[in-house]
Design a protein around this ligand. Structure first.
Ligand code: UP6
Length: 264
Protein backbone atom coordinates (compact mmCIF):
# COMPACT_ATOMS: atom_id res chain seq x y z
CA UNK A 1 0.00 0.00 0.00
CA UNK A 2 2.64 2.55 1.03
CA UNK A 3 4.53 2.28 -2.28
CA UNK A 4 1.52 3.29 -4.39
CA UNK A 5 0.86 6.90 -5.39
CA UNK A 6 -2.17 8.80 -4.13
CA UNK A 7 -3.45 9.03 -7.73
CA UNK A 8 -3.44 5.26 -8.19
CA UNK A 9 -5.02 4.71 -4.80
CA UNK A 10 -7.86 7.12 -5.66
CA UNK A 11 -9.00 4.56 -8.23
CA UNK A 12 -9.11 1.83 -5.58
CA UNK A 13 -11.06 3.80 -2.97
CA UNK A 14 -14.58 2.58 -2.20
CA UNK A 15 -15.55 5.81 -0.47
CA UNK A 16 -16.26 8.74 -2.80
CA UNK A 17 -14.82 11.22 -0.27
CA UNK A 18 -11.61 9.19 0.03
CA UNK A 19 -11.35 9.29 -3.77
CA UNK A 20 -11.80 13.05 -3.69
CA UNK A 21 -9.23 13.48 -0.95
CA UNK A 22 -6.60 11.28 -2.65
CA UNK A 23 -7.03 13.32 -5.85
CA UNK A 24 -6.97 16.63 -3.99
CA UNK A 25 -3.74 15.64 -2.21
CA UNK A 26 -2.13 14.64 -5.50
CA UNK A 27 -3.13 17.78 -7.39
CA UNK A 28 -2.49 20.25 -4.55
CA UNK A 29 0.65 18.36 -3.52
CA UNK A 30 -0.03 18.26 0.18
CA UNK A 31 -0.54 15.51 2.76
CA UNK A 32 -0.77 17.88 5.74
CA UNK A 33 -3.82 18.02 8.01
CA UNK A 34 -4.02 21.00 10.37
CA UNK A 35 -5.55 20.25 13.78
CA UNK A 36 -7.13 23.66 14.43
CA UNK A 37 -7.48 23.14 18.17
CA UNK A 38 -8.29 26.73 19.15
CA UNK A 39 -11.21 27.91 21.28
CA UNK A 40 -12.22 31.15 19.49
CA UNK A 41 -14.01 31.01 16.13
CA UNK A 42 -12.03 33.94 14.68
CA UNK A 43 -8.72 32.34 15.66
CA UNK A 44 -9.68 29.15 13.81
CA UNK A 45 -10.78 31.10 10.72
CA UNK A 46 -7.55 33.08 10.86
CA UNK A 47 -5.28 29.98 10.89
CA UNK A 48 -7.49 28.29 8.30
CA UNK A 49 -6.96 31.25 5.97
CA UNK A 50 -3.20 31.41 6.61
CA UNK A 51 -2.56 27.67 6.39
CA UNK A 52 -5.24 26.93 3.76
CA UNK A 53 -2.85 26.87 0.78
CA UNK A 54 -0.69 24.18 2.44
CA UNK A 55 -3.27 21.69 3.75
CA UNK A 56 -5.51 18.97 2.32
CA UNK A 57 -7.63 18.72 5.44
CA UNK A 58 -8.61 20.95 8.37
CA UNK A 59 -9.53 19.03 11.50
CA UNK A 60 -11.78 20.59 14.14
CA UNK A 61 -12.94 19.81 17.67
CA UNK A 62 -16.04 21.93 17.36
CA UNK A 63 -17.06 21.35 21.00
CA UNK A 64 -14.08 23.42 22.23
CA UNK A 65 -15.22 26.56 20.37
CA UNK A 66 -16.53 29.07 22.93
CA UNK A 67 -18.36 31.34 20.49
CA UNK A 68 -19.77 28.79 18.03
CA UNK A 69 -22.32 30.08 15.51
CA UNK A 70 -23.73 29.08 12.15
CA UNK A 71 -21.78 31.99 10.67
CA UNK A 72 -18.53 30.36 11.83
CA UNK A 73 -19.41 27.24 9.82
CA UNK A 74 -20.38 29.28 6.75
CA UNK A 75 -17.05 31.13 6.90
CA UNK A 76 -15.10 27.92 7.45
CA UNK A 77 -16.81 26.34 4.45
CA UNK A 78 -16.00 29.29 2.21
CA UNK A 79 -12.33 29.11 3.27
CA UNK A 80 -12.36 25.37 2.51
CA UNK A 81 -13.71 26.15 -0.93
CA UNK A 82 -11.34 29.05 -1.59
CA UNK A 83 -8.20 27.14 -0.55
CA UNK A 84 -9.40 23.69 -1.64
CA UNK A 85 -9.28 21.59 1.53
CA UNK A 86 -11.80 19.27 3.19
CA UNK A 87 -13.26 19.57 6.70
CA UNK A 88 -13.00 16.85 9.32
CA UNK A 89 -14.75 17.01 12.69
CA UNK A 90 -12.70 14.88 15.08
CA UNK A 91 -15.74 13.92 17.16
CA UNK A 92 -14.50 10.40 17.95
CA UNK A 93 -18.04 9.02 18.13
CA UNK A 94 -18.21 5.98 20.42
CA UNK A 95 -21.82 5.27 21.43
CA UNK A 96 -24.70 3.04 20.27
CA UNK A 97 -26.03 3.58 16.73
CA UNK A 98 -29.12 5.56 17.74
CA UNK A 99 -27.13 7.97 19.90
CA UNK A 100 -24.33 8.61 17.39
CA UNK A 101 -26.97 9.22 14.73
CA UNK A 102 -28.42 12.01 16.90
CA UNK A 103 -24.98 13.36 17.88
CA UNK A 104 -23.96 13.48 14.20
CA UNK A 105 -27.00 15.34 12.82
CA UNK A 106 -28.62 17.17 15.75
CA UNK A 107 -27.75 19.43 18.66
CA UNK A 108 -26.04 22.79 18.29
CA UNK A 109 -23.35 21.67 15.85
CA UNK A 110 -25.29 19.62 13.24
CA UNK A 111 -21.98 18.05 12.22
CA UNK A 112 -23.40 16.00 9.33
CA UNK A 113 -24.44 19.23 7.61
CA UNK A 114 -20.91 20.56 7.12
CA UNK A 115 -18.13 18.07 7.97
CA UNK A 116 -16.95 16.12 4.91
CA UNK A 117 -15.36 13.65 7.31
CA UNK A 118 -15.72 12.60 10.94
CA UNK A 119 -13.82 10.24 13.21
CA UNK A 120 -15.33 7.33 15.15
CA UNK A 121 -14.08 4.70 17.59
CA UNK A 122 -14.69 1.07 16.62
CA UNK A 123 -15.45 0.12 20.25
CA UNK A 124 -19.23 -0.34 19.69
CA UNK A 125 -18.60 -2.48 16.58
CA UNK A 126 -20.18 -2.17 13.13
CA UNK A 127 -23.29 -0.45 14.44
CA UNK A 128 -21.25 2.76 14.73
CA UNK A 129 -21.20 2.94 10.91
CA UNK A 130 -24.85 2.05 10.59
CA UNK A 131 -25.78 4.67 13.19
CA UNK A 132 -23.83 7.45 11.48
CA UNK A 133 -25.18 6.48 8.06
CA UNK A 134 -28.74 6.52 9.42
CA UNK A 135 -28.39 10.26 10.07
CA UNK A 136 -27.78 10.92 6.38
CA UNK A 137 -30.08 10.83 3.35
CA UNK A 138 -29.83 7.93 0.87
CA UNK A 139 -27.17 9.56 -1.33
CA UNK A 140 -25.26 11.32 1.39
CA UNK A 141 -22.77 8.55 2.00
CA UNK A 142 -21.26 9.67 -1.31
CA UNK A 143 -20.46 13.08 0.16
CA UNK A 144 -19.56 12.03 3.68
CA UNK A 145 -17.02 9.67 5.14
CA UNK A 146 -15.65 8.28 8.39
CA UNK A 147 -12.14 7.65 9.66
CA UNK A 148 -12.12 4.77 12.15
CA UNK A 149 -9.73 4.86 15.11
CA UNK A 150 -7.59 1.71 15.16
CA UNK A 151 -4.73 3.06 17.26
CA UNK A 152 -4.04 6.12 19.40
CA UNK A 153 -0.97 8.25 19.95
CA UNK A 154 -1.60 8.56 23.69
CA UNK A 155 0.89 6.69 25.88
CA UNK A 156 -0.69 3.85 27.85
CA UNK A 157 -3.79 3.61 25.63
CA UNK A 158 -5.76 0.35 25.97
CA UNK A 159 -5.88 -0.73 22.31
CA UNK A 160 -4.36 -4.21 21.73
CA UNK A 161 -3.63 -6.33 18.63
CA UNK A 162 -7.02 -8.06 18.62
CA UNK A 163 -8.81 -4.70 18.75
CA UNK A 164 -6.70 -3.45 15.80
CA UNK A 165 -7.43 -6.58 13.78
CA UNK A 166 -11.17 -6.26 14.39
CA UNK A 167 -11.09 -2.53 13.60
CA UNK A 168 -9.48 -3.40 10.26
CA UNK A 169 -12.30 -5.85 9.57
CA UNK A 170 -14.93 -3.18 10.26
CA UNK A 171 -13.08 -0.80 7.92
CA UNK A 172 -12.72 -3.28 5.05
CA UNK A 173 -15.56 -5.83 5.19
CA UNK A 174 -19.34 -5.58 5.04
CA UNK A 175 -22.02 -3.40 3.52
CA UNK A 176 -20.81 -0.05 4.87
CA UNK A 177 -17.25 0.03 3.50
CA UNK A 178 -18.27 2.71 0.99
CA UNK A 179 -18.68 5.01 4.01
CA UNK A 180 -15.18 4.40 5.43
CA UNK A 181 -12.60 6.81 4.03
CA UNK A 182 -9.69 5.81 6.20
CA UNK A 183 -8.16 4.76 9.48
CA UNK A 184 -6.59 6.84 12.26
CA UNK A 185 -3.55 4.88 13.36
CA UNK A 186 0.16 4.92 14.09
CA UNK A 187 1.49 2.11 11.90
CA UNK A 188 1.14 0.78 8.35
CA UNK A 189 0.61 -2.72 9.80
CA UNK A 190 -2.86 -1.77 11.01
CA UNK A 191 -4.49 -2.27 7.58
CA UNK A 192 -3.42 -3.26 4.06
CA UNK A 193 -6.21 -2.09 1.73
CA UNK A 194 -4.71 0.71 -0.46
CA UNK A 195 -8.10 2.38 -1.04
CA UNK A 196 -8.16 3.62 2.56
CA UNK A 197 -6.19 6.63 3.85
CA UNK A 198 -3.96 6.39 6.90
CA UNK A 199 -4.33 9.50 9.08
CA UNK A 200 -1.60 9.78 11.70
CA UNK A 201 -1.61 12.33 14.54
CA UNK A 202 1.30 12.99 16.89
CA UNK A 203 3.56 14.81 14.42
CA UNK A 204 6.06 17.47 15.51
CA UNK A 205 9.49 18.45 14.30
CA UNK A 206 11.19 19.13 17.60
CA UNK A 207 9.46 17.48 20.55
CA UNK A 208 8.85 13.89 21.59
CA UNK A 209 6.14 14.14 24.28
CA UNK A 210 3.83 16.67 25.93
CA UNK A 211 2.87 16.75 29.62
CA UNK A 212 -0.44 14.91 29.08
CA UNK A 213 0.54 11.68 27.33
CA UNK A 214 0.86 12.83 23.71
CA UNK A 215 3.78 11.17 21.85
CA UNK A 216 5.32 12.90 18.82
CA UNK A 217 7.28 11.64 15.81
CA UNK A 218 8.91 13.64 13.02
CA UNK A 219 7.16 14.11 9.62
CA UNK A 220 9.71 11.81 7.92
CA UNK A 221 9.24 9.08 10.52
CA UNK A 222 5.43 9.00 10.33
CA UNK A 223 5.37 8.92 6.53
CA UNK A 224 8.32 6.62 5.82
CA UNK A 225 8.46 4.30 8.84
CA UNK A 226 4.85 4.31 9.95
CA UNK A 227 2.99 4.56 6.64
CA UNK A 228 1.06 7.77 7.23
CA UNK A 229 -0.74 9.12 4.17
CA UNK A 230 -1.79 12.27 5.98
CA UNK A 231 0.14 13.74 8.93
CA UNK A 232 -1.88 15.64 11.52
CA UNK A 233 -0.15 18.65 13.04
CA UNK A 234 -1.70 20.82 15.74
CA UNK A 235 0.57 22.57 18.22
CA UNK A 236 3.61 22.16 15.97
CA UNK A 237 1.98 24.80 13.76
CA UNK A 238 -0.38 26.64 16.13
CA UNK A 239 2.34 27.51 18.64
CA UNK A 240 4.88 28.67 16.05
CA UNK A 241 5.75 32.38 15.90
CA UNK A 242 4.90 32.35 12.20
CA UNK A 243 1.97 29.97 11.68
CA UNK A 244 1.93 30.25 7.90
CA UNK A 245 5.64 29.54 7.59
CA UNK A 246 5.33 26.56 9.97
CA UNK A 247 2.48 25.14 7.87
CA UNK A 248 4.62 25.47 4.77
CA UNK A 249 7.57 23.72 6.48
CA UNK A 250 5.39 20.80 7.65
CA UNK A 251 3.79 20.56 4.21
CA UNK A 252 7.22 20.52 2.51
CA UNK A 253 8.66 17.87 4.82
CA UNK A 254 5.59 15.59 4.77
CA UNK A 255 5.32 15.86 0.99
CA UNK A 256 9.04 15.20 0.39
CA UNK A 257 8.80 12.15 2.66
CA UNK A 258 5.87 10.84 0.60
CA UNK A 259 7.67 11.45 -2.72
CA UNK A 260 10.67 9.55 -1.36
CA UNK A 261 8.46 6.70 -0.17
CA UNK A 262 6.79 6.12 -3.53
CA UNK A 263 10.05 6.57 -5.49
CA UNK A 264 11.88 3.77 -3.65
N1 UP6 B 1 -5.47 12.93 17.99
C1 UP6 B 1 -4.27 12.56 18.57
N2 UP6 B 1 -4.00 11.21 18.76
C2 UP6 B 1 -4.88 10.27 18.39
C3 UP6 B 1 -6.08 10.68 17.80
N3 UP6 B 1 -6.33 11.98 17.63
O1 UP6 B 1 -3.43 13.41 18.93
O2 UP6 B 1 -4.59 9.07 18.54
C4 UP6 B 1 -5.83 14.35 17.71
C5 UP6 B 1 -5.98 15.23 18.93
C6 UP6 B 1 -5.52 16.59 18.42
C7 UP6 B 1 -4.53 16.29 17.33
O3 UP6 B 1 -7.32 15.24 19.37
O4 UP6 B 1 -6.62 17.29 17.83
O5 UP6 B 1 -4.81 14.95 16.89
C8 UP6 B 1 -3.06 16.37 17.74
O6 UP6 B 1 -2.73 17.67 18.13
P1 UP6 B 1 -1.23 18.09 18.51
O7 UP6 B 1 -0.42 18.01 17.25
O8 UP6 B 1 -1.38 19.51 19.00
O9 UP6 B 1 -0.75 17.16 19.59
Amino acid sequence: RTKLTYESRANLAKSAVAKRLFNLMASKQTNLCLAADLTKADDILNVADKCGPYICLLKTHVDIVEDFSEGFITNLQSLAKRHNFLLMEDRKFADIGNTVSLQYAKGIYKISGWADLVTAHTLPGRSILQGLKAALGPDASKERGVFLLAEMSASGNLIDDKYKENSNKIATEGADVDFVAGVVCQSSKTFAFPGLLQLTPGVKIDESVDKLGQQYQTPEHVVQERGADIGVVGRGILQATNVEQAAQTYRDRLWAAYKDRVAK
